[in-house]
Design a protein around this ligand. Structure first.
Ligand code: R5P
Length: 325
């Protein structure tokens, strides 16, 4: 037989953006691996540069970035890293975006609006991404925006395990803060074996244009309510929901959310008397000034590391979630 043959092994390469290096380091540690040393810089005019200090040729590369503020900068950095990997002959490139940027802009609600979540998927594709890994997408259909495999992970097992330890199911009710979260809240109520309530926000017909009233479907009087949401941004949605629950007789309100965006004034609002405790994951960095006694932050790195291992070894991500992913 003539010609050159190669029987090399697959090589896992982990790259981190600068937004949340602690998360990437924890993922690497869970995998018993290390991050590729990278020279990342921002020039005086705001342009970003990235170069890997070692060869990535032929590798199975995972580019980890947390899309926290300033989100456009971190998105651009991840795109540039993907481009650099493509031009350095990485064999397969996976964008790891635990919190998918622009996920809330997933449809045209009114004329002349963008669908920015789709634009982000197109940008990842154009840069050279082969697949995307994300957690609790704001809308599941975002998976279809990217023309390639999307590993949609769920933080529920991480949050659920904590809640099962901390809360008494005999007085507990799971609450969806709006109609959009009902499906997820329903799964929570099944897993915990407790009743479900739903908050329906609607306009007060007597006060046009602005005031909305919270109608609660389900029994919350005398119950501890577990409000579940995918993300907390300014905190207004969840605090109003908690206040409505307390006004309807709830004896406690615990909040569980995957993505702690915590834009101002979230930290102040979430310390409201209507909320007993808030539990989130660290898909996004949470500096000390965004933490308080009533906040619990659960590590998401083990979940991401397991998913990366499954993808790298051609295993099954679905098997991590009882066949649901
Ligand atoms: C809404 O559909 C989302 O699930 C969140 O409830 C919302 O985007 C959170 O935003 P904020 O915390 O600013 O009210």
């Amino acid at each position: 037989m003539s010609g050159i043959t190669a029987t090399g092994q697959k090589r896992l390469v982990l790259i981190s953006g600068r937004a949340h290096p602690e998360l990437a380091e924890q993922i690497a540690e869970c995998l018993g691996s290390e991050l590729v040393p990278t020279d990342s810089r921002t020039f005086a005019n705001g342009e970003i540069y990235a170069r890997f200090d070692e060869s990535v040729r032929g590798s199975d590369a995972f580019v980890i970035q947390s899309h926290t503020s300033p989100i456009n900068e971190w998105l651009m950095e991840q795109l540039i890293m993907v481009d650099a990997l493509k031009r350095a002959s990485a064999k397969r490139i996976t964008v790891v975006a635990p919190f998918y940027p622009y996920a809330r802009q997933d449809k045209k609600g009114r004329g002349r609006e963008p669908i920015s979540a789709r634009l982000v998927a197109d940008l990842f594709k154009a840069a050279g991404a082969d697949r995307i890994m994300s957690i609790d997408l704001h809308a599941a259909q975002i998976q279809g925006f990217f023309d390639g495999p999307v590993d949609h992970l769920f933080a529920m097992p991480v949050l659920l395990e904590h809640m099962q330890r901390e809360l008494d199911p005999s007085t507990l009710t799971v609450v969806s803060p709006d109609m959009g979260r009902v499906r997820v809240a329903d799964i929570w109520s099944d897993k915990l074996g407790v009743p479900l309530a739903i908050i329906h926000k609607r306009r007060d017909p007597l006060v046009p244009n602005q005031v909305s009233v919270h109608e609660i479907v389900g029994e919350v009087d005398g119950r501890v309510c577990l409000l579940v949401d995918d993300l907390i941004d300014t905190g207004r949605t969840i605090v109003k929901a908690a206040e409505a629950l307390k006004a309807s007789g709830a004896i406690g309100v615990v909040v569980a959310a995957t993505h702690a965006v915590f834009s101002d004034p979230a930290v102040e609002l979430l310390q409201s008397e209507a909320i007993d405790s808030v539990v989130v994951t660290d898909t996004l960095p949470l500096p000390a000034h965004k933490r308080w006694d009533g906040l619990t932050v659960l590590p998401i790195a083990p979940l991401l590391a397991n998913a990366i291992r499954e993808v790298f070894t051609d295993g099954s991500v679905t098997s991590m979630f009882d066949g649901a992913a």
